[in-house]
Design a protein around this ligand. Structure first.
Ligand code: GLC
Length: 700
């Protein structure tokens, strides 16, 4: 147990603010600047820096012992005993690894996101981590960008719902959430990570900012500034966003941390020539804490040289100390608690819900567990590592159940399960493929598991081509050529272009990277123990040439019309994606009927009856879309404004009711939100591409 010197050394004032002020009155300038600095564990002389009160936070520690040791130095050896805030990338699990966030988003289940965050937060807290650099809430409409894997896809309404859920989950486990990367990082040109973002204030306000606002409204206590420059201003020096919007308009009270080395990267951005100039630009814009590059060490000298008022430093220190007090760090800085075992049941539940069934021709799925001979082929079939995707913290690939293992433990003892890797994810040989062909020929059905390597997605993993990497396309064609029915399972951190397969295989199942219980979850879907309910949170393009392709686009003056040459479309490809936002199949059928619109004051109740017309229970994600027909600026052809997951037994019906309020009809114009009177189209349906249609007339 750490010796708690802090309480004894301070008169214990009542409120957190009073405790902050009492402490600040005793701090030297160097100790104040120290609170603004985060180092990674490899920092030279870290122990000495902590003991001298020059470190506010450390990150990505490896063990409870390391956390306890560093915290002990801070609390017992530093002059003012200010505890460290220990942070970590806890993105989709800590020890128990869940599906990657784009997979969790495919569940459209806020309780699933909250559950993952609560479990991950509890496991991280157990080793002394009190801050996670999650949720990543960047809207992404370009799957070439590797960090699609970490977010909730293309839509701000779904993205906002998931952002709030993650924040609730993390902070229920007493670790600070960090909504990142503020802002518009997912709009990097070319899908190239760290690249320029450029957009109107309208698009920023309507698409890229709402998930951050939702995270803050849900209580997020920290924000991470992004690497990108937005309209020419690097986010880490962007006063308009970090102070005018975040502080003055949204009244955010937590603190802002830069991304890794992003303060010093202001020199690469070309707006600072020295570390001190970079540090001054960042802190003046509103970045409170500098992540690992150490440029904020120059701030004490800047104050002494009259380049920076101490009040600016004080404001940043207050933001950070307040969170340390609120977290209870001063009262309970000790780290390690008893580590809990893996939470497989929760990881399985979330994995089950995150799997999207994209095709099921002739209802070939679910397969019979008594199938005679099943061939399981492909580089993702037997891989444990790749099930975890990217950013898997203290997860252990050995904990993962592979698809092959999941299938073997699901089918009957009489079923003969054959396996061939066929090729690697990025390489392979002819004899490997030949062996796979021979294996397929012996089977009644082939389950073909293809996709990306877990390490191919996440940060610094942009791809110019979205096809199946390596020799997987050749393996796919070779296996299809055997004439055997092929169930394609695609594991990836982003949409891939699988048009060739979509035309030729009878079934496509998309589990993304499904986490440690992935193999069992996919097998559960393949053999019918689980009725898939996932829906796409991001459009799947036919080709990289279509990008960006997303559902909430503007109509243009010449909306695509296949019968009119002179309309907005391609001459060599359809315009719509291969699979649209919100799409996902089930083993049962849901019928929609009886759309009703009822006006009450300035709100509308829009409802429809959903019926499970099939022979087995299932879950449907019912979606509400809205379109303003005439406005002062062009408006998207559809925007998601509601969704609800409903479970229905065979033959069961339920009326699903959504409420549309004026705020749901607003858009950003001339520096403020506006709502126009007029006619709005509304849809209730199973995806962005179909549904019952109605209209409502809104008058202010
Ligand atoms: C990385 C990522 C950010 C992460 C941080 C700390 O560069 O951009 O998402 O939280 O550094 O690892």
């Amino acid at each position: 147990m750490l010796v708690l010197l802090v309480a004894a050394s301070l008169a214990v004032p009542r409120s957190v603010d009073a405790r902050v002020e009492a402490l600040m009155r005793r701090m030297t300038l160097d100790e104040k600047v120290g609170q603004l600095i985060q180092y990674n564990p490899s920092q030279h002389d870290l122990d000495k820096l902590i003991a001298a009160g020059r470190v506010g936070s450390v990150y990505n520690l490896h063990s409870a012992e390391q956390a306890t040791e560093l915290q002990r130095i801070a609390v017992e050896r530093s002059r003012l005993h200010i505890p460290l805030l220990i942070g970590q990338d806890v993105i989709h699990g800590f020890r128990t690894i869940f599906p990657i966030p784009i997979g969790i988003a495919s569940s459209w289940d806020q309780s699933a996101a909250e559950l993952e965050a609560r479990v991950a937060g509890r496991e991280a807290h157990a080793i002394g981590i009190r801050w996670t650099f999650a949720p990543m809430v960047d809207i992404a409409r370009d799957p070439r960008w590797g960090r699609v894997a970490e977010g909730a896809g293309e839509d701000p309404f779904l993205g906002s719902a998931m952002a709030a859920a993650y924040v609730r989950g993390f902070q229920e486990s007493s670790i600070l959430a960090c909504a990142k990367h503020f802002a518009a990082y997912g709009a990097a040109e070319g899908g190239r990570d760290y690249n320029t973002a450029d957009m109107s204030e309208e698009r920023l306000r309507e698409v890229y900012l709402p998930p951050f606002k939702a995270a803050i409204d849900a209580g997020a206590r920290t924000i991470m500034s992004a690497f990108d420059s937005l309209n020419g201003v690097p986010m880490t020096a962007n006063h308009h966003l970090l102070t005018t919007i975040l502080r003055n308009e949204w009244h955010f009270h937590g603190f802002v941390v830069s991304d890794f080395d992003a303060v010093d990267q202001l020199r690469n951005h070309g707006i600072a020539a020295t570390p001190q100039q970079a540090a001054l630009k960042a802190i003046r814009a509103g970045v409170d804490m500098d992540m690992v590059d150490g440029d904020y060490e120059t701030l004490a000298r800047a104050v002494r040289e009259g380049l920076l008022p101490v009040s600016t430093v004080d404001a940043a220190v207050r933001h950070i100390l307040r969170e340390k007090f609120e977290l209870g760090l001063f009262d309970h800085p000790d780290a390690a608690e008893s580590e809990t075992g893996l939470d497989r049941a929760d990881a399985r539940r979330v994995a089950d819900e995150s799997i999207v069934l994209l095709k099921n021709e002739g209802a070939i799925l679910p397969l019979s567990k008594k199938i005679g001979t099943l061939a399981v082929i492909g580089p993702l079939a037997g891989s444990k590592r790749d099930m975890l995707g990217s950013w898997f913290a203290h997860g252990n690939p050995d904990d993962a159940v592979t698809l092959l293992e999941g299938i073997r433990s699901t089918v009957s003892a009489q079923t003969n399960v054959l396996y061939a890797e066929g090729c690697g994810i990025l390489d392979g040989s002819d004899q490997d493929i030949a062996k796979a062909i021979e294996t397929a020929k012996q089977a009644n059905v082939v389950v073909l598991a293809l996709g990306e390597a877990g390490g191919m997605t996440g940060e610094a993993s942009s791809r110019a081509f979205l096809d199946l990497p390596g020799r997987q396309e050749q393996l796919l064609e070779s296996i299809v050529a055997t004439g055997k029915p092929v169930i394609l399972v695609v594991m990836s951190g982003r949409p891939l272009t699988i048009s060739w397969a979509a035309d030729r295989v009878p079934a496509i199942v998309w589990p993304w990277f499904p986490g440690i219980e992935g193999g069992n979850a996919i097998a559960g879907v393949l053999f019918g123990d689980v009725n898939p309910s996932g829906k796409l949170p991001i459009s799947i393009p036919r080709s990289a040439g279509q990008i960006p392709v997303y559902y909430a686009h503007l109509p243009t003056g010449r909306p695509a019309n296949p019968n009119n040459k002179y309309t907005s479309k391609y001459i060599d490809s359809p315009s719509e994606p291969l699979y649209p936002f919100g799409f996902g199949l089930s083993y049962t059928r849901f019928d929609y009927s009886d759309l009703r619109i009822q006006k009450t004051g300035n709100r509308f109740e829009v409802s429809a009856v959903v019926r499970n017309a099939g022979s087995r229970a299932g879950v449907e994600v019912v979606q509400l879309y809205v379109h303003q027909r005439v406005a002062r600026v062009s408006r998207p052809v559809k925007e998601l404004k509601g969704f609800e997951r409903i479970a229905l037994g065979a033959g069961e019906s339920r009326r699903v009711v959504f409420t549309i309020a004026p705020k749901d009809l607003r858009y950003w114009l001339g520096g403020k939100w506006v709502v126009d009177p007029g006619t709005f189209d509304v849809w209730i349906g199973p995806s962005s591409a179909e549904g019952l249609e109605g209209t409502l007339k809104y008058s202010n």
